[in-house]
Ligand binder design. Structure first.
Ligand code: DLL
Length: 435
């Protein structure tokens, strides 16, 4: 293992001391320099002096998405704006975007974190990596770009869109690593075949780094089979930095968290109480390296757990499990809680359907979800002219959903390739009236 792996192999006692020290510095820094945090601490009658050790973090108030919306655009800043050298923002579907500003040092730290994420996934300076994330306010493109460059890989900054050209260059440049959302990787394989190319034989890809949206195990295996690569998943969010929070090693058993740079907590989303290691709840993150826009105890809305025990790979950092849903993605239908990932899990048991699906919500006059339709695409092999067979499959899927989630949504089988493809993040939940 080279230097890139050092920080993920440190002695856990040393790591605990480092984390504590960095947390105390971050809390002081935010209080002294960010008017937003000074006010927040004061409103909650807490001072930085009360945080003497790591476990005291729970005395500090959470930061929520709506806090960050209210601090639009630059109220979170802890340095004069002339020291902010880059701005990113998360688009969000409603309201104002959430803005993140970076100092020069923040950008170096971020590049290092992403470089480590890529190294964990097996990327080296000998690789050529195509970045198919959008370059712009979204953190995916620039984040992966600078991290991969920091690692001294050869970067092809393609950005999103223009799938045919992406595929041509990827072939001609003998690109070895694809960096994109998992749904775009699947779409690219489909498009390559339509161009008469064989994704396994005509390309030199060996690794895929996928993130920005959930990737079920089924989807990962599908990507791996179609491209003949090892597909790893990585995680991050604009509010705390962007990509580079955690990522898988090639064991593919959870995402190693860069613990020297983030303090993680798992809480019960309903009560805010901390949950013990191994239990699933909402992930709360505190980055402990940021100067520009510090964030303390950010409620990510992402549901996961910390995987107990060490990874087989030898890295000592703890692992986050895959994100199983978002607190705001939970649909309540007739009193039953439903996450898209639960439906996806059920669908993955049927070889006749592809990983392309969506949930269409139909609401009552009062805005409650009264009915959900699961639209799922058949694979070309699963497609048949026999109405009876299709009806039987629909019924089987419906029964399986009912027995696992206690809900009987309508199921609609769609023709192969009929659901919208995206070059960015896919939309799994749509409102009936939007169609
Ligand atoms: O998606 C940052 C990123 C870019 C991460 C590229 C990895 C690769 P946002 O646009 O702010 O930032 O969206 C963050 O996306 O809170 C999760 O809900 C979701 N998300 C990101 N990565 C994963 C993942 C980027 N690996 C939001 N699995 C997060 C599941 C993910 N969800």
């Amino acid at each position: 293992m080279n230097d890139w792996h050092n920080m993920d192999c440190v002695d856990r006692e040393e790591l605990a001391e480092l984390r504590e020290q960095k947390l105390l510095n971050t809390v002081k820094w935010a209080y002294q320099n960010s008017p937003f945090y000074r006010e927040k601490f004061q409103n909650n009658s807490v001072t930085p002096e009360e945080v003497k050790e790591l476990k005291n973090i729970t005395r500090l108030p959470f930061t929520t998405k709506s806090d960050l919306r209210e601090s639009y655009p630059f109220k979170l800043a802890a340095v004069p704006m002339e020291q902010i050298v880059r701005i990113h923002a998360s688009s969000g579907t409603t309201g104002k975007p959430i803005v993140a500003g970076y100092t020069k040092n923040d950008l170096v730290e971020w590049s290092r974190l992403v470089a480590r994420t890529c190294a964990l996934a097996g990327v080296t300076s000998r690789d050529t990596a195509q970045v198919s994330f959008g370059y712009g306010l979204f953190t995916g493109g620039f984040g992966l770009h600078y991290g991969l460059e920091y690692l001294e890989a050869t970067v092809v900054p393609f950005s999103s869109g223009n799938t045919e050209r992406q595929l041509s260059l990827m072939k001609d440049f003998q690109t070895t690593v694809l960096v994109s959302t998992p749904s775009f990787a699947l779409y690219m394989a489909e498009a390559a075949r339509e161009m008469g190319l064989d994704p396994k034989k005509d390309y030199s890809l060996r690794l895929g780094l996928f993130g920005g949206e959930p990737c079920s195990e089924n989807m990962r295996r599908e990507i791996e089979n179609q491209w003949g690569i090892t597909a790893t998943v990585n995680y991050g969010l604009t509010e705390v930095v962007g990509p580079g929070v955690s990522g898988e090693c090639t064991c593919q058993e959870g995402m190693h968290l860069h613990e020297d740079s983030f303090i993680e907590e798992i809480i019960d989303p309903a009560t805010g109480e901390s949950l013990p290691e191994g239990e699933s709840g909402e992930l709360v993150l505190t980055p402990i390296f940021k100067e520009g826009f510090p964030v303390i105890r950010y409620r990510t809305g992402d549901i996961t757990r910390i995987i107990p025990g060490n990874c087989r790979c030898g890295h000592t950092t703890r692992r986050m499990d895959y994100i199983t849903g978002r607190t705001d993605d939970m649909i309540i239908v007739k009193g039953v809680n439903l996450f898209p990932s639960q439906v996806e899990e059920v669908l993955s048991g049927f070889k006749e359907v592809s990983p392309h699906y969506r949930l269409v919500l139909h609401r009552s006059d009062k805005g409650f979800v009264k009915d959900v339709e699961v639209q799922v695409e058949l694979t070309p092999e699963g497609f048949t002219d026999s109405f009876q067979e299709l009806e039987k499959l629909e019924q089987n899927i419906k029964n399986r959903i009912r027995s696992t989630i206690s809900l009987a949504p309508r199921v609609k089988l769609m023709e192969p390739k009929s659901l919208e493809r995206t070059t960015g993040k896919s939309r799994r939940i749509v409102e009936g009236e939007d169609l």
